[in-house]
Design a protein. Sequence first.
Length: 425
Amino acid sequence: MVNYLNKTSTIRWIFLVSGMLIGHFLLAQNSTTLTECIELATQNNALSQTGSIYQNLQQLNTDIGDLANKPQISVESDASIQSEALKFDLPIPMHPITKELPIYKVKVYGQLLYPILNGHLPEIKTTVLNQDLNIKQQQTKVDLYGIKSKVAELFFGIHLLGSKKSLLASIENDLNLKKAQLQKAIKGGVATSLDLHRIESEILKIDNQINDLDQQKIGLILILNSFVNKDFTANTQFVIDQGTPTQRPEYQLFKEMKNKLELTKKIAEAEKKVKLSAFVQAGGGIPNPINLFDDSFSPYAIGGVKFSWPITDWGKSDKISQQLDIQQQLVDKQEQAFDLQQSVADVQLTTEINNIKSSIAGEQKRLAMQEVIVNEVNKQFINGVATSLDYLTEVNKKSQIQLGIAAKEIQIKFLETKQSIQKGW
C-alpha cells in the first residue's frame, strides 16, 4: 500500500513538472518582444542579405588587383604598307650594291611583361574600389534602419488596441452589473423595461466596438507577420522592451565616405612614382625586325627593361587633391546637417512628450471629477430622480476620458521608443 502511494505521488510529481515545463515552453513560444521583432524584420528584408555579396565583390576586386602584379603574356601582331621603300646604294667600283626593302612590314610576336616597380598603384586602386563597396554596404544599413520605426509603430498600435479593449471590457462589466441590478429593480417595480433596454443596447454597442478592435488588431498583426516572417496571433503577448544603445549608421557612412576621399588622393601620388618593368619579345617578321637588310621572314628576340618617371604632371595631382579636399568639406557639411536634424528631432519629441504628459495630468483631474458625477447620477438613478439615459450619458463621458488617457499613455511610450531609435538603438 505504501509503495502504491509512493508510485502515485511520483507519477503526479512527474506530470506536474512536465505540465509546468510544457506550459513554460508554450508561453515562451506565444510571446515576442519589440527588439526581437526588429531583428527579425531586419533579417527578413532582402537588403540584409547583401553582406555576403559585397564580400564576394571585394574578394574579386582584390584578386583582380593582385593579377596586375603578375607577368603579362600576350600574342600581338602588326602590319603596315608604305608608299616608298627604303633604298640603300653602295657605289663600289665594278660591283655597285643596291638594296631596296619591301614596302610592307609584317610582324607576329609573343611578349612577356613583368612589372618590377609600379608605385603600388594596383593595390591602391583595389582599396578604393573596395571602399566604394564599403560605402554601398553602409548605405544599405542606413536604409535598413528605417525598419525599426515601422515595426515600433505596428507594435504600439497593437498595444493601443489592447489597452482600449481592456477599458471597454471593464466598462462592459460595470454595465452588466448595472443590468443585473435593473432586472431586480424591474421585478420590484422600481425600474422600467426601457431602462433595461437602454443598458442592453449600450452593452451591444461596446461588444461591437470590442469586435472592431479585435479585427484591427488582427490586421496589424498580419502586417507585422509580413515584416518578420512569423505567424503571430491575437493570443501572442507583445512585450515592449528597450534595445541596446548604439550609434546611428549614418555616422559610419560619413566616415567611410571620408576614408574613400583620403584613399583616392594616394592614386595621384602613386601615378607620379617611378615605373619599372622587364620585357621579353620573341616572334618573326618580314623584313627582319632586327636586321632590316634581311628581307625574308625571320625569327627574332628582344629583351630589356622599360623605365618611366613622370617628372611633372603640370599640377594635375595638386588639383585632384584640392578637388578631394572640397568634396570632404561637403561630407563634413552633410554630417553637420544630420547632427542638426538629430538635435531638432530630439527637441521636438521631448516637447511633444512633455505636452502629452501635461495633458494627461489635466485629463486625470477631469476623470476624477467625472467619476464623482457618475456616482451621483447612479444614486439619483437608483432613487428614480435620474433616468437610465442620464446615467449612460455620464458613463460614456467617463469612458471617453479613460480611452483618451490610455491612448496618450501609449503614445508617450511610443514617442520615447521613437526617440531612442532616433538617437541610435
